[in-house]
Design a protein around this ligand. Structure first.
Ligand SMILES: Nc1ncnc2c1ncn2[C@@H]1O[C@H](COP(=O)(O)OP(=O)(O)OP(=O)(O)O)[C@@H](O)[C@H]1O
Length: 250
């Protein structure tokens, strides 16, 4: 579980996150939704320590991340996997080298153990016979799969995904969403996903947090999202084409 207590973050005069408290649950796909500019990316970067929060606490299974020194934070980072927007694979490395990278950096496995792990992870995301291809030689959906394989290489307890299906066609996007949900359950990870995509909310949103202008606007499940009387959330949800159609037919 990851717990945020009263997080604030500003850049100069701009207050981006205001008094945010959330519990993200283990074994679940926790989704952060909200309009562009609402603060989702700053929130995700704060949780993983790329931004230092001004005040408040971030707990990783009762370990207070905000109070840790550099080397303690480094240990927790080994327990984190990340899938960045656009996949963010290293273009000059092959598929295999991309997945090998975190193992070379952070594990003390020998060469054959590392290769075994690389192949296990690639196999888990259904990538076959592509070890020696470069990212430019594979499809966008495959690139996301490789990014997920790289993210789980170190067997993380926590998985962070920033818009993991951006730029994908709707069918591939659903496959990637489902893959993230499956591995979340399989490895009992606490997964946090930033998304604009209401399809993702309906497909894999077990816990949903709505960020509205830097505040926690709402939290609940995908079933509750239909019946909320929160005006800002309704404006956000029913601006999506999918939900406009659902509303019309209900
Ligand atoms: N490093 C930074 N320095 C100053 N302001 C920043 C910085 N990073 C983000 N901001 C500001 O914080 C606000 C929230 O940005 P953020 O990127 O978190 O939004 P978002 O909800 O992720 O949007 P999107 O969905 O478009 O990615 C914006 O006003 C943005 O300009």
């Amino acid at each position: 579980m990851i717990e945020l207590k009263n997080i604030n973050k500003s850049f100069g005069e701009l207050d981006v996150l205001n008094d945010i408290s959330i519990q993200f649950e283990a074994g679940k796909t926790n989704l952060i939704i909200g309009q562009s500019g609402s603060g989702k990316t700053v929130l995700l970067k704060s949780i993983i320590g790329l931004h230092e929060v001004d005040n408040g606490h971030i707990y990783y299974d009762d370990r207070d991340f905000t109070r840790m020194n550099f080397s303690e934070k480094k240990l927790i980072r080994k327990e984190m996997g990340m899938v960045f927007q656009g996949g963010a694979l290293f273009d000059s490395m092959t598929v295999e080298q991309n997945v090998l990278f975190p193992l070379n950096m952070f594990s003390d496995m020998n060469e054959s153990q590392k290769m075994e792990r690389v192949n296990f992870c690639l196999n888990r995301v259904n990538i076959k016979d592509a070890n020696h291809l470069f990212p430019a030689e594979i499809s966008g959906g495959m690139q996301k799969r490789v990014a997920i394989a790289r993210a789980i290489a170190l067997n993380p307890k926590y998985l962070f995904c920033d818009e993991p299906n951006s730029g994908l066609d709707p069918v591939t996007a659903i496959l990637i969403d489902n893959l993230i949900q499956e591995i979340t359950k399989e490895f009992n990870m606490t997964t946090i996903i930033n998304t604009h995509d209401m399809n993702s909310v309906m497909e894999i949103g077990e816990k949903i947090v709505f960020i509205n202008k830097g505040h926690k606007g709402w939290e609940g499940t995908k079933d509750e999202i239909f019946n909320t009387d929160n005006d800002s959330l309704n404006d956000f949800v029913f601006a999506s084409e999918l939900f406009k159609k659902i509303k019309k037919t209900s």
